[in-house]
Design a protein around this ligand. Structure first.
Ligand code: DX5
Ligand code: ZN
Length: 237
């Protein structure tokens, strides 16, 4: 093969691999300054971030309360970014549609938040609203529990801390779970996003990417960074 063809085929292969490896960065506004929420969200796009991660906590499913529908509605008016809502609430079927109507693009619920048939109904309801449906598991829930819903999931979120608070330490013992979920996504439902959430920074990002995650939530690491552009770059590279 002539040299220039070889070079071209190398470039095509490289670009293809880059596309395959595309990593989405989803800063969690739980760590943002809520007084300046508009500017904080604007900084996600100006720093090269991809999604807004919107954490909803009810004080029952997790021992904390965060934001809900009115804040999401305002956020929707103020940004074109993809909004990734993470519902840490019990019985999510009753509220999932309201989060779709308020402007979420993707609504993730927890497998532990209700009985399986209700979880499946909630995911159907999200799809009927024309939105993406995600399913998340707490650290103690084994990967194989997700097999019951993987066929319906546009995204699987593996928690790498106990849900409820930002700024916690990454649980290294979640890495085998991420690898396992990667394997069955590839086998059973290719194209499903594999997101991780909790304790993600430049060091842990490498570990979860190698394990197979393609979507990285980062709260405190992003919002406390002096230079958010460099922070996003570090999470990707
Ligand atoms: C925790 C939330 C996370 C949190 C992550 O329950 O789901 O999205 O904001 O924060 P960091 O990245 O600081 O661990
Ligand atoms: Zn979250």
């Amino acid at each position: 093969m002539p040299l220039h063809c070889k070079a071209l085929s190398f470039i095509i292969k490289y670009l293809f691999l880059e596309i395959l490896n595309m990593i989405r960065i989803a800063p969690s506004i739980l760590s943002a300054d809520f007084l300046r929420l508009g500017a904080e969200v604007e900084s996600i796009s100006s720093s090269g971030g991809d999604w807004v991660h919107f954490d909803v906590m009810d004080g029952v499913f997790v021992p904390n309360i965060s934001v809900g529908i009115p804040v999401l509605r305002s956020l929707r008016k103020g940004t074109d970014l993809f909004i990734d809502a993470h519902l840490m609430i019990v019985h999510p079927r009753f509220m999932a549609e309201a989060f779709c109507d308020a402007g979420a693009d993707l609504v993730t619920i927890h497998l532990e938040a209700d009985e399986l048939p209700e979880i499946r109904r909630a995911m159907d309801a999200i799809h009927e609203k024309g939105k993406l449906a995600g399913i998340s598991v707490k650290p103690a829930t084994p990967a194989k529990a997700l097999l019951d819903v993987v066929d319906q999931a546009d995204l699987i979120l593996v928690m790498t801390v106990e849900p409820g608070f930002g700024g916690q330490h990454f649980m290294n013992e979640m890495l085998p779970k991420i690898r396992e979920v990667r394997r069955f996504i590839d086998e059973k439902h290719p194209g499903t996003f594999l997101e991780v959430d909790g304790g993600i920074n430049a060091e842990t990002a490498v570990l979860v990417r190698v394990a197979g995650a393609d979507t990285l939530v980062a709260g405190s690491y992003f919002f406390q960074a002096q230079d958010r552009i460099s922070a996003v770059h570090a999470l990707r590279s």
